[in-house]
Unconditional design. Structure first.
Length: 321
């Protein structure tokens, strides 16, 4: 049996630690190169959805003085949410996860974030918020995903400038930055693609939280579709985990971001500084404009914009950057 562990960036506060990943009996999705061209790229993307997770297998986490074992869920996913009270400096730290089945063992290392004292926490959607994905059209989205490798995918103009200014806002040292979280309706299958895209374009390093992993070709055809409630739950978890930070939310109007962000504003009336919604079509949507007005009535500044330079101006005017 072949084993493959895929770890994701975790996060920690003064009371709790969260680390998560997947265990596979075949290659993990990130083992398929995302820089291939033409048909080879399309085949690699499809293979990312033809995976075989392992359920109910023991996984062991080691971090500082902690060593704890759990088991994978039915889809191969595992998560350690455990009490943590050790002294820990702000920034990124390394953790280790290991697994052994039938004398086959492996160890992987991941990263965990302890936020710097922050002026803001930045929670951003991915598709059509900074990565041009055409989520409004299922067929166009699939075509772009299959025909363009990670080096050919496009980012919206001025996004990097805006995100870097948000990252640096309120920080007075080169090492410190505001914490970023990328939350999307894309599945865990595409984690490495998203992470590599962010690296290529020098976007701020972030904790990435995605949707339940898919394991078949038919699932691939519906990637990013279905309920977006998981995104609401993940954003709610982040804000609850770091309740003393003021948050900036960034999304777009192609799916359910405005509705989700409106719900978040209602639940956390003291936690939101601003909401940014990218306009993906030729015209603003009346339903979104109605949501914008309602969010503003709750004392949260909102910018519904077509181009990121408008969002940057808004951030400067509001004193966010």
């Amino acid at each position: 049996m072949k084993l493959d562990l895929k770890l994701y960036r975790g996060y920690v506060n003064d009371q709790e630690l969260n680390v998560y990943g997947h265990l596979f009996k075949s290659w993990a999705p990130d083992k398929y190169r995302i820089d291939r061209r033409g048909l080879k790229h399309a085949v690699a993307i499809i293979h990312m959805f033809r995976i075989s997770p392992l359920k109910n297998r023991e996984i062991t986490l080691k971090f500082k003085n902690i060593e704890v074992t759990t088991k994978t869920l039915d889809d191969g996913y595992f998560r350690f949410s455990i009490p943590f009270s050790e002294e820990l400096t702000s920034g990124w730290h390394q953790y280790e996860v290991s697994c052994s089945i039938k004398k086959i063992g492996m160890i992987e290392k991941g990263e965990i974030l302890k936020p710097h004292p922050s002026k803001y926490g930045i929670i951003s959607d991915i598709d059509d918020t900074f990565l041009i994905s055409h989520s409004n059209s299922v067929f166009k989205k699939l075509y772009v995903m299959l025909s363009k490798n990670v080096n050919k995918r496009k980012i919206f103009d001025d996004v990097v400038e805006h995100y870097h200014e948000l990252s640096r806002s309120g920080q007075d040292s080169e090492e410190a930055s505001n914490s970023f979280f990328y939350v999307s309706s894309s599945e865990w299958n595409l984690y490495e693609f998203i992470n590599e895209f962010a690296k290529i374009h020098k976007l701020p390093k972030a904790v990435i939280k995605l949707k339940k992993i898919k394991t078949g070709i038919s699932d691939f055809l519906f990637t990013g579709r279905g309920s977006h409630d998981h995104k609401f739950e993940k954003i709610k978890d982040i804000i609850s985990f770091y309740p003393r930070i003021s948050y900036v939310l960034l999304g777009d109007d192609s799916q359910k971001d405005p509705n989700i962000y409106e719900r978040i504003c209602k639940i956390f009336p003291k936690s939101l500084k601003a909401v940014y919604i990218r306009q993906t079509g030729s015209k603003k949507k009346q339903a979104v404009e109605k949501i914008v007005k309602n969010i503003e009535s709750m004392g949260v500044s909102v910018c519904y914009f077509k181009h990121s330079h408008k969002a940057i101006k808004h951030s400067r005017r509001e004193g966010i950057i």
